[in-house]
Design a protein around this ligand. Structure first.
Ligand code: FES
Ligand SMILES: [Fe+2]
Length: 428
């Protein structure tokens, strides 16, 4: 459990909060590249870390992420006209470029230089892989570009989606490092989901419901090892990297693509669950890509025209008690992503961690909170750059392996937990 002040410290990310300052140290996913698909396309509303912003792509293909509201009298620039190298407010025609600089105030004489004095808050927006990334912190401290493997493999090897989750980022992220719930909540999906089924490791997940956890510190965060019994006295290890503040990777299954998440705060009560799948050495098959687009694996089906899941809290996540009774799903909710999201949203927008009763399988969560707290306080009190900012910390992989009983996973899997270009993921 956490004291209320610590829960607040870790969960609140708006401007001026300590955790908000921590998030502002990192490059974060802001939009899918598909959301700004062509030059001069419609602008998109973006809310991140409780700041309301507008993203647009100008006539020359430059991306911008600027304050949502016109500096004149506060109209939302979502209504703006994106044309001729800038976004023009439809109310009185003030126009802004991708850096937020005002470049035209039609009512004022040009020689007055008035518009040069007007600049909206803005953040960089860069494309790497399928994602447009932003850095919302001090430009002088901007780290080098992110190096996550999934965003750097060739396009045919990777797929990314995002979904709106109606809960605070931390309880969502904690689900991503909680390997013990898989044998319960996702037990049905292990047998049926096209992106999970058929792996030898699934048998060990089903066969041992009491995993033992070992958590090891890494440069960027943690490696969380969940150990289950395999045959002949050996152990099946599933190793989940967590890189600060909110990148998690699920251990692989067989030759299926590897997947993971970023959990990015929209505001204190909502987050984006960014969900990626990639294969380090081969193209995704047509069947795999179709399954991802159709909402299998860690992806979802959307309510039309949105990134909100079709199954959501307004329709009780399309709960199917009959499927639950038949044993097809453990919770009655279909699909891995919504099995997680439904339960995490059910905790309330920010779960009250003063009331929890943690057990040994929560060790990864306990240590992640501890490291977050240490990093938040070190940044706040001593301006220490937190783990995970250095792009070298991004070059991690998850792994699933069968090991002899007397070997520690960190020693046995040193190489498996690193990005090795051209080498396949370690997976059973
Ligand atoms: S409010 Fe935008 S131009 Fe007047
Ligand atoms: Fe899950």
């Amino acid at each position: 459990m956490l004291r209320k002040d610590v829960n607040d410290l870790l969960t609140l990310t708006g401007p001026g909060t300590a955790m908000g300052d921590l998030f502002r140290q990192y490059w974060m996913p802001a939009l899918l590249a598909e959301e700004l698909a062509e030059d001069d396309c419609p602008p998109v509303r973006v809310k991140l870390l409780s700041e309301r912003l507008i993203a647009f792509r100008d006539s020359k293909g430059r991306y911008g992420l600027i304050d949502e509201f016109c500096a004149h009298r506060g109209v939302s620039l979502w209504f703006g006209r994106n044309e001729e190298g800038g976004l023009r407010c439809p109310y009185h025609g003030w126009k802004y470029d991708v850096t937020g600089q005002c470049i035209s105030v039609p009512s004022e004489p040009e020689e007055s230089g008035f518009c040069q004095k007007i600049k909206l808050r803005s953040y960089p927006l860069i494309r790497i892989g399928d994602i447009l990334w932003t850095h919302m912190g001090d430009a002088a401290q901007r780290p080098p570009e992110p190096q996550w493997e999934f965003a750097h493999v060739p396009p045919e090897q990777t797929f990314t989606s995002k979904r709106w989750q109606e809960s605070n980022w931390l309880q969502a992220m904690e689900g991503g490092i909680d390997s013990s719930h898989v044998s319960w909540l996702h037990s049905g999906a292990l047998n049926s989901d096209p992106l999970f089924k058929g792996a030898r490791g699934n048998r060990y997940n089903h066969g041992d419901m009491r995993p033992h956890f070992e958590v090891v510190e890494a440069d960027g965060g943690l490696f969380i090892g969940a150990r289950r019994n395999a045959e002949d006295g050996k152990y099946y290890w599933r190793i989940t990297p967590w890189v600060m503040p909110s990148f998690t990777m699920i251990p692989p299954r067989g030759d299926h693509p590897v997947h993971g998440h970023f959990w990015v705060p929209i505001d204190d009560q909502n987050c984006w669950a960014w969900s990626f799948d990639y294969h380090p050495v081969r193209a995704l098959t047509r069947e795999e890509r179709t399954a991802m687009q159709d909402g299998f694996g860690i992806h979802v089906k959307y309510a039309p025209g949105t990134y909100r899941p079709l199954a959501n809290k307004d329709n009780d996540y399309l709960m199917d008690r009959a499927a639950q009774k038949r044993g097809e799903t453990f919770s009655g909710v279909d699909g891995i992503a919504m099995q997680d999201a439904s339960l995490q949203e059910s905790m309330g927008p920010i779960v009250d961690r003063t009331k929890e009763n943690l057990v040994s399988t929560d060790n990864g969560i306990i240590m992640a909170r501890h490291r977050l707290r240490k990093a938040v306080e070190a940044l706040r009190d001593k301006a220490v750059v937190p783990p995970g900012v250095d792009p070298a910390h991004h070059r991690v992989r998850s792994a699933s392996v069968v090991l002899d009983p007397d070997i520690a996973f960190v020693d046995a899997c040193k190489d498996d937990l690193k990005v090795r270009p051209g080498v396949k993921q370690s997976s059973v």
